[in-house]
Structures are given as structure tokens and as C-alpha cells.
Design a protein around this ligand. Structure first.
Ligand SMILES: *[C@@H]1O[C@H](CO)[C@@H](O)[C@H](O)[C@H]1NC(C)=O
Ligand SMILES: *[C@@H]1O[C@H](CO)[C@@H](O)[C@H](O)[C@H]1NC(C)=O
Ligand SMILES: *[C@@H]1O[C@H](CO)[C@@H](O)[C@H](O)[C@H]1NC(C)=O
Ligand SMILES: *[C@@H]1O[C@H](CO)[C@@H](O)[C@H](O)[C@H]1NC(C)=O
Length: 386
């Protein structure tokens, strides 16, 4: 069977072959072209967050706002020329759109990336789950209409509001069997703010929700155990999730490059009725376990808090860097320092990844063509707090 063959192809020792879908390296099964580093050993990822398309479709400024967002993306794509784009949640302001044409906004949002033939994938945000649209609908639309470029999947997690959990491998060369890096994508669920009692199984007292604690930690453990068996290691990981984990709130107080306009608390995972539940910890702990103190989780990056564009790490985050993407959309709120829209860029490099403890360069890239806040995430970054 194809599943067994894939495992066999990449495994040199005799491990029991996977016999069920749930014990396969799901990220190898997409049938997509292999993503690879370029000839200079670089793979650059641009992550756009919080586009909020369709926010004002019935008012004069609405369509112009979306045009502006497309211009932001166009400028940044031209300046950075990335190998991959991640749309890190709140693609649409779902509470303001109509169910019958909500996905048309995805066409607008993907257009600058698709025109440039850049492969991409998405995570989904609290504003992508409403009466008019759900994460599952956005994922299925993306898969149906952008199969040539989109790597978005739905491996695990509750449907229809929390199923965007998956991983995508990137190889040094097409002939390699072991990926140089894995990009992981997680679904932090939630319904829109202002509509907390929205459809589906969400507690009415929810502030913001969290990555499903029942399926996703198990998925991370299982997939990383299979990677260890098959490849003898869990490759370095770059993690994308729309709503930040609650640990971000503690890191926000530390001095770091980038904007610190938003207090992430309680606009992080794990809050009900302004009270922290700790229910984002099973997800977080699974990431920390995957890192194993080896520094292989390069960064966990989020949107959601438009006024935050920093990266930090400390003992409280088990040394794992937590980053914010800032704000790439003209939709959604702005803060004092986030008026100039930006993307977060990760400059992955094979040499950086091959170090005893891997590192990754990251910076903010702005619509005014300025690049700011460049740092190297790794053991030396914010060493004094670790
Ligand atoms: C679009 O962008 C221009 C230039 O930044 C700005 O002046 C204008 O207010 C924006 N319009 C909307 C609706 O966001
Ligand atoms: C969706 O339909 C509404 C209502 O007819 C319209 O105002 C809006 O422009 C449409 N949006 C798109 C992206 O086609
Ligand atoms: C939220 O907490 C407040 C204060 O404890 C309480 O009065 C209120 O009933 C709670 N609301 C919900 C929806 O649980
Ligand atoms: C562009 O915007 C950034 C972020 O606000 C700012 O730091 C930088 O000075 C601006 N650059 C120019 C040339 O205006």
C-alpha cells in the first residue's frame, strides 16, 4: 500500500510498518510537489496575518480597504520574493460577510501570492468561524480551488470549527528523504469576538478559545514519534497558529525588538470569562516535548494581536521562541505603532539549521519597504532570560 511504501522508502531500519492511517506520517501523503531550499540553501517564508477581508462590503471604505491589503501583500512579496507564504489566520472578517459569497474574499486574498506562483497554506482565526463561514469551509474551498499551490490540510481536530491542524515538510534537495525543516500549522478555533455565543460547541463565556486539547497533543506526539522512528530525528519545526498561547503574555513584558502595543492577556488561548483555564497547555506542552530542550522548535508565531510584532523566549516558554506577526491587513483594528502594515519573515538557511542548536533569522517587512526588528532566534537570543 502507498502508506507503507512511503514509510519504507524513508526508513532504513526495520520498524513495524504503519497499518492504519492514524499511524502514518500524514504530512508525506499530500501528493504535492516537494518543497525545497534554493541553490544557496535558503527557504524564505513570509507570514501574513489578520487580513480581515470583507470587513465592510456594504460601505464605501470596505472594498478600498481590501484593495489596500492586496497592495500591502504585493509590495512585500515583491520585496521579499519568498519561497512560501503562510496566511496566519483571520483571513476574513466572517461576521460581516454573506454565506453565499464569503469564499470570494479568499480569491482576493490569495491573488497576489497566486499570481506570483508562490506555494502557500493557511491557518484560520477566530473571525474565520461565524454564522457565514467556518474553518472547514475555508479549508475545503482552498483545497478545491488552489490545489496547484496550496498545502493546507485538515489532519485532525473537531470539524467544522477546529480542524486546520497539519504539517508540511521542506527538503534540502528533491532527492532527500528526510526533511530539513517541518512547518506545523494549528487551529486555535474560537468564534468572533462580539459574537461569543456563535454557532457550535463553544461555551458562552468564552473569550478566546484554544487548540483542541483532545486531539492535537496526541497528533503531535504520534507524528513526532513516527518521525523519530523513520528519520532518526524530529526535524526543526516552525510553528504557525493564529491565537497566541497564553505563555506569550508573560513574555510580552520582556524587552524585545518589535511593537508591544497589545496586552495579549486575555486575548490569548485558554481564557473563559476572563479567567485563564490552562486548557491551552496540553497543546503547548506537546510542542515543548517535541523540542525536548534541544532548541528544535525554532519559533511559534501568531497573529490575532495586531499591535504585537516581537519575538521573545524565556524560562517560562521553556526557551521556545514565541513571535507575533504584526498586522498585514487594512481590515481589523490598528494600534499606535501598527499603522504601517507588515508581514513577519523567516529566513531559513540550511547552514543555520545544521548547527548543534538550530537557529532562524526573522524580521518584520513593511508596506513602506522598510525592514525592521531583525533577530536570530536560537540559544543566544535573550540568553539572559533563559
Ligand atoms: C488605503 O490606503 C491609503 C494609503 O495608505 C490610505 O490613505 C487610505 O485611507 C486607505 N483606505 C482604506 C479604506 O483603508
Ligand atoms: C458578496 O455579496 C454582497 C451582497 O450582494 C456584495 O455586496 C459583495 O460585494 C459580494 N462580495 C464579493 C467578494 O463578491
Ligand atoms: C463571568 O464571571 C462573572 C464574575 O465571576 C459572573 O458574574 C458571570 O456570570 C460569568 N459569566 C458567564 C457567562 O459565565
Ligand atoms: C516604515 O515603517 C516602519 C514601521 O512603522 C518605520 O519604523 C520606518 O521608519 C518606516 N520607514 C520609512 C522610510 O518611513
Amino acid at each position: 500500500m502507498i502508506l507503507g511504501a512511503l514509510l519504507l522508502a524513508s526508513s532504513v531500519t526495520a520498524v513495524p510498518l504503519a497499518r492504519s492511517f492514524s499511524s502514518t506520517l500524514i504530512g508525506l501523503l499530500g501528493g504535492k510537489p516537494k518543497l525545497t531550499f534554493d541553490a544557496e540553501g535558503n527557504f524564505k517564508v513570509v507570514s501574513f496575518s489578520d487580513m480581515h477581508f470583507g470587513e465592510g462590503e456594504n460601505v464605501v471604505w470596505g472594498p478600498q480597504q481590501d484593495v489596500n491589503t492586496s497592495i500591502v501583500h504585493t509590495i512585500i512579496l515583491e520585496n521579499e520574493k519568498p519561497n512560501y507564504v503562510v496566511f496566519n489566520g483571520d483571513l476574513i472578517t466572517g461576521e460581516n460577510v454573506y454565506a453565499d459569497n464569503a469564499t470570494k474574499y479568499l480569491d482576493q486574498m490569495f491573488a497576489p501570492t497566486v499570481t506570483r506562483k508562490v506555494p502557500f497554506s493557511s491557518t484560520h482565526g477566530n473571525h474565520d468561524n461565524t454564522l457565514a463561514i467556518t474553518h472547514q469551509e475555508e479549508i475545503e474551498y482552498e483545497q478545491a480551488h488552489y490545489s496547484a499551490l496550496s498545502y493546507t490540510r485538515s489532519d485532525v481536530g473537531p470539524k467544522p470549527y477546529g480542524c486546520g491542524n497539519y504539517w508540511v515538510p521542506v527538503y534540502a534537495e528533491t532527492t532527500d528523504l528526510v526533511p530539513a525543516v517541518i512547518m506545523w500549522f494549528f487551529d486555535s478555533r474560537s468564534f468572533t469576538s462580539g459574537n461569543p455565543a456563535g454557532p457550535g460547541p463553544i461555551p458562552p463565556q468564552a473569550n478566546f478559545y484554544w487548540v483542541d486539547e483532545n486531539t492535537v497533543p496526541q497528533y503531535i506526539k504520534q507524528e513526532s514519534a513516527l518521525m523519530t522512528r523513520t528519520w532518526k530525528k524530529v526535524p526543526p519545526a516552525l510553528v504557525f497558529v493564529h491565537i497566541p498561547v497564553q505563555k506569550a503574555d508573560i513574555l510580552a513584558a520582556l524587552p524585545s525588538e518589535g511593537d508591544h502595543d497589545d496586552d495579549p492577556d486575555p486575548a490569548t488561548q485558554g481564557f473563559l470569562n476572563n479567567t485563564y483555564t490552562g486548557l491551552d497547555l496540553p497543546f503547548w506542552n506537546a510542542l515543548v516535548e517535541m523540542d525536548g530542550g534541544r532548541g528544535t522548535v525554532l519559533a511559534v508565531t501568531s497573529g490575532h494581536d495586531h499591535g504585537d510584532s516581537w519575538c521573545a523566549r524565556a524560562i517560562i516558554s521553556s526557551g521556545v521562541p514565541i513571535c507575533f506577526n504584526g498586522h498585514s491587513g487594512y481590515g481589523g483594528y490598528v494600534t499606535e505603532h501598527s499603522m504601517v502594515r507588515n508581514a513577519r519573515v523567516f529566513g531559513l538557511n540550511l547552514g543555520d539549521l545544521a548547527q548543534a542548536v538550530p537557529v532562524v533569522r526573522t524580521w518584520n517587512s513593511y508596506e513602506n519597504s522598510t525592514i525592521n526588528d531583525e533577530v536570530v532566534l536560537g540559544p543566544e537570543y535573550m540568553k539572559e532570560y533563559n
